[in-house]
Design a protein around this ligand. Structure first.
Ligand code: SF4
Length: 99
């Protein structure tokens, strides 16, 4: 290995090390994904197999008859069954089409 190649290799190792040192700080600064749900509905959501996102894009909370939109949180809404907030793109066993 000649001197130039060794320098280039050393430079890349140092750049990679610096990137790895900065990465945890960057990840910590990233905003957490907003969750719409409330912990008080944990057991009900589990019993009704609530899942977010819905496995079926045509059967989401937003298209459910028990859902009402929340103008303050576009990705969220309120569910009559859950008695509280849910993700607009979620689904549960009580899904029913809007009438
Ligand atoms: S009943 Fe289920 S699918 Fe319908 S809005 Fe509530 S959580 Fe979503």
């Amino acid at each position: 290995m000649d001197e130039l190649t060794r320098r280039a290799l050393l430079r890349r190792i140092l750049q990679a090390s610096a990137s790895l040192a900065i990465m945890p700080a960057a990840l910590a600064a990233a905003p957490a994904a907003e969750s719409c749900v409330d912990a008080s509905s944990d057991s009900l959501r589990a019993s009704l197999h609530y899942s977010s996102p819905s496995a079926n894009p045509s059967e989401t909370c937003k298209a459910c008859g028990f859902f009402s939109a929340d103008s303050g949180k576009p990705a969220c809404g309120n569910c009559q069954i859950m008695s509280g907030p849910v993700d607009a793109g979620a689904h549960c066993d009580s899904w029913a089409p809007k009438s």
